[in-house]
Design a protein around this ligand. Structure first.
Ligand code: NAP
Length: 330
């Protein structure tokens, strides 16, 4: 079926400035780590992407290795772009990809060398059928490559016209500060950092967020729903079609513990008191902090996406609500 984007697509989304850059990102962005690979139903993924765009989600996040099979999420996304987003619609999209994790065998298929980063970006562009990506990330710090080399490779990607902006993911506060300094000296400022951050994973509060704010760099937390734990998904056991049950899912059954579920149930009650789903509370809890540019969600259905989009109706918290949440999380 041919697709015509909704004329209402910019009516309800909130757009936040990414750090002190010129770029605005939607408060909710969509990631294609799970549910968009060659093992997944293509038309389901395509419907989620269409609904996202119709709802004002302009930012789609990928990486070389997303699938499975690795690379297949980029291939599928490329197919959707070709079928549904012809011509100038590309200019309404912010597409990111990354390199850092294992992508191909041998010494040049992972980590942070210039050799790997540039080759990987070339492959990603080919898979997606794009001339350029909007954001190219170093997916993880490489302890054995000088950070100067990795940052120079990001800068080169921009100078070659293959990326418009660059970002960092999974870098500690200290590593981030150093990388930001190098990128600045090269004339390619760091746009954004992508850390794991949710009610259940709060390492960024120990310094990274301050570094980002001080340097005018945006922040886009990944797995803001703790891969589905911070939703009603597991309240009554592990559903067969859930990430924890799937052989290809990154969330292990062993991570769905009684202790976590106990917290999830209590959080669910607080969310109910706010008139929100737990997913909506988990997302709004992150978005209430002005340093958070966008939350990077995943979704396995259009219904989940719709539920998450409703978050934006209420991202304000009373002191009492925040204290009650802290009490559960402690
Ligand atoms: N930079 C990095 O190293 C890195 C690492 C991981 C992820 N990421 C990025 O972050 C994106 C998001 O990660 P994530 O998928 O782990 O995020 P997430 O939003 O924490 O989890 C998404 C999962 O939660 C469940 N879910 C979502 N909305 C729901 C709702 N309203 N009600 C019930 N369940 C709901 C679904 O699980 P089911 O599938 O079980 O339905 C969905 O697949 C990725 O796609 C990727 O772009 C980056």
């Amino acid at each position: 079926m041919s697709y015509l984007p909704s004329p209402e697509r910019y009516s309800s989304m909130k757009y936040n400035r990414c750090g002190t850059s010129g770029l605005l990102l939607p408060a909710i962005s969509l990631g294609l780590w799970h549910n968009f690979g060659s093992v997944d139903a293509f038309e389901n993924g395509r419907s989620i992407i269409r609904r996202a765009f119709d709802s004002g989600i302009t930012h789609f996040d990928l990486a070389n290795n997303y699938g499975p099979l690795p690379g297949s999420a980029e291939e599928n996304f490329g197919t959707v772009l070709k079928k549904d987003f012809p011509g100038n619609l590309r200019d309404e999209l912010i597409i990111s990809t990354k390199a850092g994790y294992l992508m191909w065998p041998g010494p040049y298929g992972e980590w942070g060398s210039r050799k790997y980063l540039i080759a990987s970006l070339n492959q990603s562009l080919k898979r997606m059928g794009l001339d350029y990506v909007d954001i190219f990330y170093s997916h993880r710090p490489d302890p054995n490559t000088p950070v100067e080399e990795t940052m120079t490779a990001l800068d080169a990607a921009v100078r070659q016209g293959k990326a418009l902006y660059v970002g960092l993911s999974n870098y500690s506060a200290e590593q981030t500060e150093k990388a930001i300094r190098i990128l600045k000296s090269l004339g390619t400022p760091c746009l954004i950092h992508q850390p794991k951050y949710s009610m259940f994973e709060r390492w960024v509060e120990g310094g990274l967020l301050d570094v980002l704010e001080k340097n005018g760099v945006g922040c886009i937390p990944f797995s803001p729903l703790a891969q589905g734990l911070l939703t009603d998904r597991y309240l009554k056991g592990i559903p067969e079609d859930s990430r924890a049950a799937k052989a290809t899912g990154f969330l292990q059954k062993s991570e769905v513990t009684e202790e976590k579920l106990d917290k999830v149930k209590k959080l669910n009650e607080i969310a109910r008191g706010r008139g929100q789903s737990l997913a909506q509370m988990a997302l709004s809890w992150l978005l209430r902090d002005g340093r958070i540019t966008s939350v990077l969600i995943g979704a396995s259905s259009v219904q989940q996406l719709d539920n998450n989009l409703e978050t934006l109706r209420n991202i304000n918290y009373t002191k009492e609500e925040l204290a009650a949440i802290e009490k559960v999380l402690k």
